[in-house]
Design a protein around this ligand. Structure first.
Ligand SMILES: O=C(O)C(=O)C[C@]1(C(=O)O)C=C[C@@H](O)C=C1
Length: 310
């Protein structure tokens, strides 16, 4: 049985994302992926890259309220991994406390990304010290034996009769979601002459995972569907118009871009790489590959994956 590295422990939103992906995987392969829970996003990447039994990994990449997960973006560039699929999980938080009243809370455990999704509520707790954790379940376990503390926890882990819930739904907005990506180990090389075929296979293989509820697989034939291709573009030099030149190539071929972000190169102050998400139809994979090759003449490129949009 293959393993999948998951930001754990069991019960995190990342675990929910794994369960969702595993349903697809089971329907397509008749067997499950076994979760390997890791304490940090770094550990998830590390397991995928170094543990032979670990073929997949799942990490958060973007939250509706707090934006992209910076650590995930960094590791996507650093490590030899690529994205094969994504899913979205509904995210709602509540306040669980080891105190009688909200006013008695001295310390509150909050996962780093959760903090940015519950800002309005946290602002009302002036006197409590905020302690940052690596996962929402870590926050949950921290308060068990520590009176005077509280934690922001996923609503789904709370039992209906739990008297320690002092506030329900402390999230800043309704309809909050986090997007998770499924990773495999390997590199998608822009210079590989078979790149287009490789991307096509990637999209159609994962498409094979989209089985109907009764287990019948849909055809793996590549039909007209929307594909997401995230890439890193790393300019070799800094000169006026470098970003314009890159964007112009996409514009000339009418290639739609969903997001673009500057990420520090970490080599010197004020130098940046661009993280870009391309949105195209399966039939335009050839044009996208051609355009990336043109951009590659003046810039380094890392293709981060290709998967069907949901
Ligand atoms: O700690 C969890 O429950 C996670 O799955 C991690 C994570 C994240 O880091 O983005 C995922 C979803 C929520 O938006 C908050 C935290």
């Amino acid at each position: 049985m293959y393993m999948i590295a998951v930001l754990g422990p069991k019960g995190t939103f990342c675990d929910k994302s794994y369960e969702e992906y595993n349903k697809k995987y089971e329907a397509a392969h008749g067997k499950s992926l076994e979760p390997l829970y890791c304490p940090t996003i770094d550990d998830v990447f590390e397991q995928l890259c170094t543990n032979e039994a670990c073929e997949y990994a799942v990490v958060p990449v973007e939250n509706m309220l707090d934006g992209y997960v910076q650590r995930t973006l960094d590791l996507l560039l650093e490590k030899n991994v690529y994205i094969v699929d994504e899913n979205q999980v509904a995210v709602q938080f509540s306040l669980l406390a080891n105190t009688e009243k909200i006013e008695d809370i001295r310390k509150i455990y909050v996962q780093f990304k959760t903090n940015g999704q519950c800002r309005q509520f946290l602002h009302t707790l002036h006197d409590a010290e905020i302690v940052t954790t690596n996962s929402n379940m870590e926050s949950y376990y921290k308060i068990q034996d520590e009176p005077g503390t509280a934690a922001i926890v996923p609503h789904h882990v709370i039992q209906a009769d739990d008297v320690r819930v002092l506030a329900e739904d402390v999230t800043d907005a309704k309809g909050n979601h986090t997007r998770f990506i499924i990773l495999r180990k390997g590199v998608l090389d822009v210079e590989n002459p078979d790149l287009e075929k490789q991307l096509e296979e990637l999209v159609s293989n994962e498409k094979g995972l989209d089985a109907d509820a009764d287990g019948t697989e849909k055809t793996a034939e590549l039909t007209r569907e929307k594909v997401r291709i995230p890439v890193y573009i790393m300019p070799a030099t800094d000169r006026p118009g470098i970003l314009f030149d890159i964007l112009r190539r996409f514009y000339d071929k009418r290639i739609n871009l969903i997001s673009i972000m500057s990420r520090p190169t970490k080599q010197s102050m004020g130098t940046y790489n661009f993280y870009i998400e391309i949105d195209c139809l399966t039939e335009r994979l050839e044009v996208v590959v051609e355009t990336l090759r043109q951009i590659q003449v003046y810039n380094d490129i890392k293709i981060l994956g290709a998967y069907k949009e949901h």
